[in-house]
Write a protein that binds this ligand. Sequence first.
Ligand code: SF4
Length: 350
Amino acid sequence: MINHLSAQKNLAKHRLPVHSHTETSWQTQLADTINDLDELLEILQLTELKPSLYVPKNFPLRVPRAFVNKMCMGDANDPLLLQVLPQRAELSSVTGYVADPLAENIHNPIQGLLHKYQSRVLITVTGACAIHCRYCFRQHFDYQSNLPSSQQIPAIKYYIESHPEINEVILSGGDPLSVSNRRLIQQLQVFEDLAQITTIRLHTRLPIVIPERLDRVLLDYLTQSRCQIVMVLHCNHANEIDKHTEYYISQAKQAGITLLNQTVLLQGVNDSVSAQVALSQRLFAVGVLPYYLHVLDKVAGAAHFDLTEKKAVELYWQMLAAMPGYLVPKLVREEPHRLFKTPVNLYKVY
Ligand code: SF4
């Protein structure tokens, strides 16, 4: 079995010194993300990378300092850095990689509500994220015309009540935890008021990139909710969970929240059995169960992160051999017009 702890120990020597972000509120950290490429490269002592990068306009560089603190200084291949670095490769147009790979725009019966899966609806709380992940399928999504305004709330409630098969609301975005507690709690209350809703799910990367977001006000509210609260974290690499992150995740665990994780399979970031085993073990050690391993959505600008399906399947077989079943996330892909995540066929002959 691969020992991720010793691997982490070795990496820790090269990490940046931990800044005083532990003392800083999540709102301050959110307002103080690194948006300037030169600043990021200087902090990481990687200014020589500049010629292979560019300054994107529509989906600009954005990375919280707490996340940068988990990167290794001087390492151009750091798996966390690769997820946020705008490579010139993004500018190449690659056949098959498109702006809306999931055709989500057609499942929007009401502005801000996506009804694709039978018993669940997805609500776009905000278009904002604390971090801009370069592989994200939402990077070209038209949030401006898809955010629900307060005027839409009655229509959303009416839509859910007219579909008694809906019992779960997924708050998504962007990142739903990037809005204030006041706004988030208002949203939660709308759905808690509907008797048919038994579960509220929050899909978020914020506890990984700014752990302080799991603050007392939010956790106390979630603890007393009449609904089951499920938080699906988005963590792609074991190095994303340092001790500081572990502390805040443990607070969420103690608050009685069901914690799951979804990962995107990314070339150069986590496309090895050792990286996947380390991630699953680290997640489990902090009380989070691996849930999904997503094959990359074929979004324009992200082709350099993609693996062939054959490679993904080969890797997955190795993961099955290396870990107990409860540590192996489901290998899935999202397909337009399918009413569920599609399990990748492990027995296909290539
Ligand atoms: S929606 Fe998630 S994956 Fe996409 S940029 Fe935001 S945090 Fe990253």
